[in-house]
Write a protein that binds this ligand. Sequence first.
Ligand SMILES: [Zn+2]
Length: 380
Amino acid sequence: MKIPAVLVTSLLLAAPLRSETQPTRVDLEARLAPADPGTAPLYGVLTPLFLDHLERTVSKDRLAELWKATDRNAFLALLEKVTGRDLLETGERMFEALEKDAVRAPAPPGDWVNSEAGPFTLHMRPDSAAQRDLALIEKDATETWTRVAALLDLSEAVDASHRLLAGDGRIDVYLHAARAGEGKDRLGHGHGGTSLGGTIVDGKGRLTTRIDVLYLNAFSLAVLEHEVAHAVVLLAAFDAAAFAKHALEDKAGLKTAFLAAYRKVPAFLHEGLGDYALYHHGLQKSWGLLPEPRKILTSLRASGKTLPLEELLAGDVRFRAKNHKVFSLEAAAFLDFLLATRGKELVRRWLFSGEPNGAKSFAKVFGTGIDALEKEFWSR
Ligand SMILES: [Zn+2]
């Protein structure tokens, strides 16, 4: 086909003009990049994955609007505008989309391969996303472990329980590549889980613990950080001395000893510390693109998506199941507030109270109901 000369000329003219005036994704990625890459080491890993997701789910016109963002704040404001969703919802949608692939993926054939990092043995499938990201995962898991323990001076309590671990004394972390098969058995519909149990080895009580994470891409580090925090809290709250005291002969004895040593931690504190690990230290900081957790929370509150602290602490199971991310983000922000205004010793005492009713133990330790702090918390 012969193309008219006029058209060819106009095409030639249009091409360079367009690239000068139309902002692109590449420009945006460069514009939002941290001046010092060391301050946000995961920017280059997570940002492309996030923008890939947006390119798959947002129309081209709206994306063109997003690429115009001049800085991080403008980007975040435009993001809500073009997706019509708050940041937590966008995050959830992204996991749902990733998840679709994970649900379709067949149970991976072959054996697990493993690698040791700090107190963990990481198990993954050959050629999986986890194996590709292994260096990131090793660093992330060990740093989270150290940070959460340091946050409330838990190292001694964690070590005491850690010494009781059965087998080689390491914490097994299974990074599932798909939901099929073992992934489903271990995780159900969730993305992560952490368990603590007991067993008898040579007449003595020993602990077993393992973490399971559905590892889809580097965003799954958020799940890993949350679960590692759970492991720290579970081991720290467990009364190792009380457990070791019992001479064990059978399963009944094991159960008695385990229950005597197991201190239940209120969901508010457990989930709050889980998300504290990722919003106040881990992924939030290493990505460098998310707003401060308090900012996310304030805008959720403005749209009526948060709960009064008293209800949050009472742990409405239905709210928690439906709004898991809001629940743990708000709990994390409140813990941050408590640490800053009341100090770590009181939060620590609350964690070790062993009282399953969080409202009761809170009042005992802090000398007031949580509702009395509502105003102070939100006005900070
Ligand atoms: Zn959790």
